[in-house]
Design a protein around this ligand. Sequence first.
Ligand SMILES: [Fe+2]
Length: 268
Amino acid sequence: MIVAQISDTHLALDGADSDRRIRDFALTIADINALAPAPDVIIHTGDIVHNGRSEEYALAVATLAKARAPVYVLAGNKDDRANLRTAFSARSYLMPDSDFIDYAIDDYPVRLIALDTLSLTSNRGDFSSEQVRRLIGFIDAETEKPIAVFTHHPPFEVTVGPDRLHFEKAETMSRLRRVLQHSGRVIAVFSGHVHRAAEGRVGSIPATVVPCIATTLRKGDYPPAMRARPIYHIHRFDPAWGFATETRIVGERPGAAQSMIRKKPART
Ligand SMILES: [Fe+2]
């Protein structure tokens, strides 16, 4: 099973670099479409758009419509839940009766659980008691398959960059971390938000952050030849070895990406 994870496209219509963000997003989808073997699924871990506007979501929907693999989206701190839900309502995975953009996907050897860590009061993450109950329900709904969890805000201390905690309250992140570990079946956590690569753990569960697709918002130092090239992650699942994550650097031409392969420790 192959998962392509993209994040933080921050589409906007009236910024100085709006065209660049649209281009970064489109080049990334074209690159994913050219992968062989093709990914089974594409997950966008939030900050799809920059201002939460319907017109921005229309552009995102049009870009993602070109993807050959099924696409699932999460909400980031820049997203607007209502406008996101409306824009992606054609896909039935977003439950219309929920206050949150959270769901489980059961179509693959690994169950995919998407969480909603969006706070209405800050750019940092939040996770309410109601969401804790919902997450336990998602995890316990099926007890055979391993689980990969996707979040916008990483639920671990990020030791690169100026901000180590990306949740409003440390105890909120600790509560989420406890729930992620309660079943023993969550084998990986994949996040965005930080705009640079990071790795951590949730107990014994390996966790990673994918850099942002929007190259003008990326944090960290990159060689000049890489500055205009979006970066995303490919997570390959093997039943014996768990997930191995490959970092893809998008080329100017679809399929011309270079890659760096990094194996994660197996978790059985
Ligand atoms: Fe972001």
